[in-house]
Ligand binder design. Structure first.
Ligand SMILES: [Zn+2]
Length: 233
């Protein structure tokens, strides 16, 4: 009897373990994207320029001014986030305006194949997600962001540039940073958290949408997304 119970337990345990290890399917065709959105409309990628027309972009990966020195996005005059994260960003935009502040986006949705390329180059999971399970950027729930002064259009001093892969970019790093820099980082973090995003210890600019929802991993390029019409807003 004991043996039967043990065997049953082992079968259940291994079934659950192997189910957990199963990587998520990659949505890589327009047909699959449409099916994904039909199944769960939270997977829809929202054009940020469309919902926040005065948004400021500095999309580093659509230029060669990034750590790979390669232009990774061919057609990126805007960028995308999944429906939940995009709606929250719109609220943050309005909230910051009242303080004379705005935000600048360095990156948001990132096709899965670009994450794979980044991983091949840097291979350090503190800074680039291991592509095995797809990253928050691939799911449209992560955004790389900073604050700007709306009057001067200048970025608030955060102490390092975007994609600075050193300890100085960590939230816990305060040594030699001025009170102004620390206050700016705290303001960005507290604002993002107030609207439902969570921070990443190693990158002051990276925030991801906090949710128990399972979002699909996307490898749909910007050209295809740019042709899509958003129905949500
Ligand atoms: Zn990021």
């Amino acid at each position: 009897m004991k043996l039967i119970i043990c065997l049953s337990f082992c079968i259940i345990f291994f079934t659950v373990s192997s189910a957990k290890a199963e990587p998520q399917p990659i949505i890589s065709t327009l047909k699959d994207y449409k099916a994904s959105v039909k199944l769960n409309d939270k997977n829809e990628m929202i054009n940020l320029k469309q919902i926040i027309p005065d948004i400021i972009f500095d999309l580093k990966y659509s230029t060669t001014n990034n750590f790979t020195k390669r232009k990774l996005y061919k057609s990126a005059t805007t960028t995308y986030l999944g429906k939940d994260a995009a709606a929250a960003l719109l609220l943050i935009h309005e909230y910051l305006k009242n303080m004379g502040l705005g935000f600048k986006i360095f990156d948001a949705y990132r096709p899965y194949s670009v994450t794979k390329l980044m991983w091949a180059i840097i291979h350090d999971k503190r800074y680039v997600a291991n592509p095995v399970n797809g990253s928050g950027h691939n799911k449209g729930i992560a955004v790389d962001i900073t604050l700007v002064n709306l009057t001067t259009a200048k970025e608030l001093n955060m102490g390092t540039a975007f994609d600075n892969f050193t300890d100085t970019a960590h939230h816990s790093f305060t040594k030699n940073l001025s009170p102004e820099i620390i206050a700016n980082r705290v303001l960005l973090k507290s604002t993002m958290e107030k609207f439902g995003f969570k921070s990443l210890e190693t990158e002051w600019w990276h925030y991801s949408w906090k949710s128990n929802e399972i979002y699909d991993v996307m490898d749909i390029n910007f050209k295809i997304l740019n042709k899509r019409i958003n129905y949500y807003f």
